[in-house]
Design a protein around this ligand. Sequence first.
Ligand code: AHR
Length: 812
Amino acid sequence: MILSLAVAAMFVPAGISTEIKIDVTNPGAAVEPKMYGVFLEEINHAGEGGLYSELIQNRGFTDAEPPPACKIVDGKIVPPRTDHWWEGHPVEYTFPWNVTNDHPGWEINQGTVKLVDDPLNEVKKKALQVTGPAKISNEGYWGIATNKGESYKLRIWAKGGPVIAKIVGKDGKTVSSAGPLNFEKNKYTLKEVTLVADKTVAHTKLQLDLPAAQTTLSYVSLLPKTTFKGRPNGLRKDLAQMIADLKPGFIRFPGGCYVEGLTIESRSQWKDTIGPLEKRKPTYSPWGYWNTNGFGFHEFLQYCEDIGAKPLYVFSDGVSCAFRSGTYLPDDQIPALIQDTLDALEYANGPVTSKFGKMRAAAGHPKPFNLEYVEIGNEDQGAKYGKRFAQFAKVVKEKYPKSKLILSSWISGIDKPAIDAAMKDGPLDIVDEHAYKNIGWALQNFGHFDNYSREVPWTVYIGEFACNGGVGFGNFAATLNDAAYMLDMERNADIVRMGSYAPLLQRVESHQWDVNLIHFDSSKAFGRASYYACKMTAENLPTHVVPSTFKTTYPTSPVLAGQAGLGGYNTEVQFKDLIVNGQPVPTESPVRTQRGQWQTSNELVTLIKPSDGSESWTFFGQDQPIKSIQTKARKIKGDEGFIISIGSISGQRVQLNFGGWGNSIHAVQINSGGAGYSSRGNIETDHWYDVNIEVNGLHVKATLDGKTVIDATLPRPDIAVASAGLDKKTGELVVKIVNAIGSANQVKLNLGKVKVNLNATAIVLSGNLNDENTIEQPTKIVPKSSKINLGSDLTFNAPPNSFSVLRIKLQK
Ligand code: AHR
């Protein structure tokens, strides 16, 4: 949308201003043109029930199988208690096993069924034996959505009686039907038929009528004809397009923890993911469900090619997920695993005359895919991992010299021992750091990458980044932090060459990770505000970094103001005798409550039922600058202690968390994030504590029974950060600004003597900190593009809480 001069003309109260000094005459490093990519992992039903277009859940009747090497005990998956690779001893880990019958995904409406061993081929051994007359149905993943006129290809491997297939809506009305499909009595045969939907229905199921006394079903698949780029066995069009719209320079696949596996037996193995669909061995995702591998190695490479992204494939290094079991392949099995990696590279890159190159050609792609980015392992650590990495790296580089070898650098930061060990024994091109951060981190630590050493022969890839702590399921505050993080990467693009937000996709009905970029159900999809921030950065990637500095001037110091809040997290708590700024505050009627069940009187405030997994709050008194709070507080029962809010700064709640982090830390927090300003300590049950909080500007001091437990000066949360670059292809200066301030900010560009065209373009994403796009309001926060005039003083008025990109033409 073009809003003529709207942003420039916005009224800005006298006050906050940021000067950005940009040294346009001194451009620095060239930015990697494919800097931003995506990270696609089988988590949150990203592929299975998501991007992969298969509509049937448990198409091969294999989903009741427990994960390999694991036991099911009392409804929980228990991995083998053998030694952990790093810990050297077994670790305790269980995961819920929610399978309640032997045919998950299938509903038996009439007749009886039995899961039997009746192999279709050497891989697919299970089958569903149905005693009829019977009717069984499958609603896929939370409902099969149909589109009027759309064709759906039904493929059934079966034997015995005939099958009549119908797509039926929730109202019982048939959307399409086919059959009878006649099978041989005692031998599996394949029948294929096309069902054409006569209606668009958001939630249908596939129903199979089985009139004979016995029918054995081995495989039932329903794939839409319309897929992304019309590929057979292809991808869901809207989701694939949304990813393509991010203009990813590369796709990192298939994980993450998924690559490693819950156990070493369930690691991802590329050979299970190629060839005829009914011969692909499913993989158990460590995120708690089976993956058919229908979206496999070949489909991944094809998708990358289709959207102009480079493939980045992550191979197992023979160690399973450190958080789950840490089970591993012993050293003597590593040569075979390295050979397996070489086989994959031959499939992707080898000539059609080679064994695996020939398989690629047979799958419809004679030309090599040019897979260069090769990552070995995920989130492993230390010298032991570095050594193992080197074993792979040496061999891969020798056979494929163009490959770029990526070491996964544990979580957060650069893993020096792993890197040193890797480099001692072999080549290393890129280090992949993972960075999941709390709210405020990226803003407060802006310039973090400035300190990364340039005296290294490798570059940095931030393979997984997101602001996902203290932001609920992702809100606009998270987006401002994500944008700030990307700006920090961009200003350091000489060393931070690549980055990908994580995770990418989330099925709305089932997610295992709270903050993700794109949400979808069976028929709809939308991007969180961070999706648009990623899109804005990718679409406005400069060709060269330009040095910049910035300084914000505030007319006043920040004031902590609001109502006093009393709260608890997963804990029943009680408060009495509340005094704010020296005045007793009545507590009979709260001004407002947020979550949890509260009982209040002037004598006692009790959280009788805390909300599950989130903070419960009740607020008292008037809105005012808070200088002091005294109260008595007691923990009745639960995991943690109590929380007290002392108002907000710049719209961000400040709270004191006594006995947070599993009753181990006392901390002052901004917007529930970070334990940066803290001390160790716990809260005893059934003890009335005398709580005393003093606030002086941003300095907060708290005592419990007279003992100081918090004494900290908070950073201003309301700050602005910026980066600058040159787009030498268009002759434009590209300036990116995150204004994480709750009011407008007059941004003044100081370009020295450099002359620019004052008519520029501004692309702005703005919102309230707690707002987010939803399935009901999918475009509440989207960027708006407008033509602006910077004026002779080169000023841009950044809206409150906004991320803006300015494109400014340089004058020759
Ligand atoms: O992105 C989700 C998970 O986070 C990935 O699987 C893993 O690499 C990281 O710990």
